[in-house]
Design a protein around this ligand. Structure first.
Ligand SMILES: [Fe+2]
Ligand SMILES: [Fe+2]
Length: 317
């Protein structure tokens, strides 16, 4: 495997690339599913079942909810998941296009692999939106979601490019764990939602490899100071997303009260906010931050940068 190493504060990468563009392209062409094979027609969400793995939803940590209320909250978290992924994928698309645009003549397989990646990401946005629509029809009462996506994307993209690439890398690797968690979950998860996580995982595993090479491409030639600035930006993006997730927890609480007709006591509200804040942090930040492949990339950026992740990760566990 080809390595990127830090020597005297400068990242040297004789040849950039932990993975192979041609292999990644071939793998993605093999997977390449169609939206209509996953949702539509008689392929519907089953609202008698939970949608999310418990490791992400953490509804069992709220003892004041009965089983039906736990299921309803799990489903609300499922809808939030769909919407959050629409938000993040909408800023990944222009970022990757901008990354590849100035270097289209570098390597034809590289260009094709990234263009395939972008096409798949737009398809994922359509898939998540189709699931959101299906959810709306079956769930009936309102579930608010943070946004608008364009404003969130604009703020994220205004950061240092290495920081944005690291945030995207974290997001792509986390989807791998989300599917694995849904398989491990011994609860009764809706097969359609599980198939969404599975099919997303299948294509994201190529994206995560391409993102790894994208980070290496950007980091090649950057000195230690510039890399530290990139990691600063990564944390700034994380903080910004975390703030949005805090607002989302309040929306989810409101949605649960509306759907179940319950009004929670001050203590119950506090418990809900505490548990669900950590559940959201783990789902959208922590599970990517501690992914071994993400940490491998951080190691290559320097032991000091990797250490910054290790110190921050427990906050998002
Ligand atoms: Fe995706
Ligand atoms: Fe992706």
């Amino acid at each position: 495997m080809l390595e990127t190493n830090v020597v005297n504060g400068t990242v040297v990468s004789g040849v950039v690339g932990s993975y192979d563009y041609q292999d990644t392209l071939a793998a993605s062409q093999k997977v390449n599913w169609r939206i209509e094979d996953i949702i539509g027609g008689d392929k519907k969400l089953d609202f008698t079942k939970r949608f999310m793995p418990e490791s992400l939803a953490r509804v069992e940590q709220l003892p004041f909810l009965n089983d039906v209320e736990k299921r309803v909250l799990n489903q609300i978290r499922g809808n939030t998941y769909l919407s959050i992924f629409v938000i993040v994928e909408e800023f990944i698309v222009p970022y990757v296009l901008d990354h590849i645009r100035p270097s289209l003549d570098e390597d034809d397989y590289r260009s094709r692999a990234f263009l395939q990646f972008v096409g798949e990401e737009v398809k994922h946005i359509q898939l998540f939106k189709a699931f959101c629509e299906e959810f709306k029809q079956g769930f009936r009462s309102e579930c608010k979601v943070i946004g608008p996506a364009a404003d969130i994307g604009k703020e994220v993209l205004s950061n240092d490019p290495l920081g944005v690439a690291l945030a995207i890398l974290m997001i792509e690797w986390m989807t791998q764990d989300h599917y694995v968690d849904s398989v491990k979950d011994d609860g009764d998860i809706d097969p359609l939602f599980k198939s969404l996580l599975k099919n997303h995982w299948l294509e994201e595993s190529q994206h995560a490899k391409l993102d790894t090479m994208m980070v290496e491409h950007i980091a090649a030639g950057l000195d230690a100071e510039a890399i530290a600035r990139g990691v600063d930006a990564f944390f700034a993006i994380g903080g910004f997303l975390d703030e949005g997730l805090g607002q989302q927890v309040l929306f989810d609480l409101e949605a649960l009260e509306t759907a179940t007709g319950r009004t929670f006591t001050a203590d119950e509200r506090k418990a809900f906010i505490d548990v669900q804040t950590q559940a959201n942090r783990w789902t959208y930040l922590g599970s990517g931050m501690v992914h071994p492949k993400f940490l491998q990339t951080m190691d290559r950026l320097g032991a000091d940068q990797r250490q910054r992740i290790d110190l921050a990760a427990p906050i998002f566990s």
